[in-house]
Design a protein around this ligand. Sequence first.
Ligand code: MG
Length: 384
Amino acid sequence: MTAAALIVAAGRGQRAGAGLPKQFRPFAGQPMLRWSVAAFRASPAIGRIVVVADPADGDLVHAALDGLPGIETIAGGATRTGSVRRGMEALAAGAPPAHVLIHDAARPGVTPEVIRNVLEALAHVDAAAPALAVADALKRAGDDGTVLDDVPRDDLWRVQTPQGFSFPPLLAAYRALDESAAYADDLAVARAAGLAARLVPGAARLGKITFPEDHAMMEQLVGVGATCVGAGFDAHRFGPGDHVTLCGVRIPHDHGLIGHSDADAGWHALTDALLGAIGAGDIGDHFPPSDPQWRGADSGRFLRHAAALVAQAGGRIVHADVTLICERPRIGPHRAAMRERTAEVLGLPLARASVKATTTERMGFTGREEGLAAQATATVLMPG
Ligand code: MG
């Protein structure tokens, strides 16, 4: 039996400052909602993912989920409780899951590990959630800051999300709620219905972005999980022709390059580097030379496709470096244009796109001008 994820993204997020609702704002390079969706997609136990959002934010949801297939979106209610209730009904239609994990889109730091921990606890209880012990002293105070009372913090926990539940009893609890009911969280709904609940270890990176100052702090905590560097190499043989295409730039030459596509060895190497950074095979897997549709193709299509796969994997390209290896044509006069084209296709600042050239001192196949070669590295930041 699989589990489902219900991601609540219907809030207006007014306390987090003006502008877009916070769950759609750029967070470490991509819309905040996308971080949570990517973590659930990367969790093998999660079979369905439902995002509950305000229909007015339809375009924002669409943009945040671009390239991530199979995500269901439904309209939220007037309150968070109402939104979760609608999400539960959406899951109940079709094949109801055994478990549901309910998560706030404003907590972009969720990881497959936390998801697994919550699911493991659900083998023993009907409700579980990650939580952190309270470290600060607690006071009750009046509006003017006057301290009125000391509050013992023993046994107090800050509860985070995703909160996990056995699906049938939580569905029953939500169906039994009054339409106007508003609970602090789903654990409260479950406990009010008599479900046993257990806390599992939470994490600072699971914190909720509530106030403007939270955003930068959470980006530091969540932004980078791993820096993945992919390498690529390619070579093409010279043949008849009057130009070569390298890193998207057409260069007049007394030979052409033989290849199924436009034979742009520079961008082929870089495409392989991007695929290598996310472990997605090589250029031949995605664009088989046997497929006639790639005959004479602009290699920019390959590069853009690899960049889209990186985005789908939740990654962000931060640097690309290509080395072209040939005696002729001379690369120097075209390097600036090659950098600009590469930066443009990958959406990188110019400073993060590098094109270099070398000869092999007349040694080997490049030295004999039988062909030319290229190698490349691509650096991709992957979420934790
Ligand atoms: Mg090639």
